[in-house]
Design a protein around this ligand. Structure first.
Ligand code: AMP
Length: 282
């Protein structure tokens, strides 16, 4: 596996692969890789001849009071994980490589970005869509892999790809969890041992909501209050949002029909964690 830092190096490598008729998968990440990322890389390696992993903590998707500076970084470990999982190229650009002086073009996706994390993190998806568009242009992969952990991000990227005619297949991959149910996240590293225990309430609350749905409950209000009640039991937890939305439009629904996403964002101490499940109603 090769580690490169410039757009030109990526283009050169991909061009050489294309000459050989090889297919290319892309896994965009912010690094500090764990088994969630690893599942995306492994899937990409299975479905493509070559895999590019990008590790880039994208400054423009963080708000002014968010954790850009503190975001955990460990390129050496990331590089080992990528290589062991079957990646061919690790792209690790400096911010100046992605955003040179006078950078002034952004990608805005309307509607689907306006609820959930989009409502709570102004400018976040503009930053995500801009960087992902750039990566799509730089790598021009056949397929790109995203986790269902960030369910709204996946819906936003699918919409952007459709609207802007990117010729790229978007592959969504299931949430990978710790043995005790906590969704894996680079941000879990911020949690103290007490907070780590408290964070289990996210999965516990979602499980309670899902159980109610499996028993036939369809009213969003009823399901969301079961989830909120469970979250309120944990004193270290502060709810940012608890929502049931249409899984394509990300608009609130009153009653579960077809495919819905139940998504939560919860502060455990200062750390904001997200988790979700999707539910299909026959
Ligand atoms: P990040 O580095 O947090 O930006 O994540 C990079 C990609 O990995 C995104 O598509 C995430 O949705 C995905 N991802 C992160 N955590 C998980 C997880 N626990 N399970 C599955 N995918 C994940």
């Amino acid at each position: 596996m090769e580690l490169v830092t410039t757009v030109q190096q990526v283009r050169q490598q991909v061009k050489a692969w294309r000459k050989e008729g090889l297919t290319v998968g892309l896994v965009p990440t912010m690094g500090f890789l764990h088994e969630g990322h690893q599942s995306l890389i492994a899937r990409a390696a299975k479905e493509n001849d070559r895999v590019v992993v990008s590790v880039f903590v994208n400054p423009i998707q963080f708000g002014p009071n968010e954790d850009f500076a503190q975001y955990p970084r460990d390129l050496e470990q990331d590089s080992a994980l990528c290589e062991a999982t079957g990646a061919s190229l690790l792209f690790h650009p400096e911010p100046e490589e992605m955003y040179p002086e006078h950078f002034s073009t952004h990608v805005d996706v309307d509607g689907v970005t306006e609820n959930l994390c989009g409502a709570r993190r102004p400018g976040h998806f503009r930053g995500v869509c801009t960087v992902v568009s750039k990566l799509f242009h730089i790598v021009a992969p056949d397929r790109a892999y995203f986790g269902e952990k960030d369910a709204q991000q996946l819906a936003v990227i699918r919409r952007m790809v459709r609207d802007l005619n990117f010729d790229i297949e978007i592959v969504g991959c299931p949430i990978v969890r710790e043995a005790d149910g906590l969704a894996k996240s680079s941000r879990n590293t911020y949690l103290s041992p007490q907070e780590r225990r408290a964070a289990l309430v996210l999965n516990r609350a979602l499980t309670a909501g899902r159980t109610a749905m499996e028993r036939g409950e369809r009213r969003a209000q009823a399901i969301l209050s079961i989830i909120r009640d469970e979250l309120d039991e944990e004193e270290r937890a502060n709810v940012d949002y608890v929502k049931m939305v249409d899984s394509v439009t990300m608009e609130d629904v009153e009653t579960a029909q077809r495919d819905v996403l139940v998504a939560i964002a919860v502060y455990i101490g200062k750390t904001r964690l997200i988790d979700n499940f999707t539910f299909h109603v026959e």
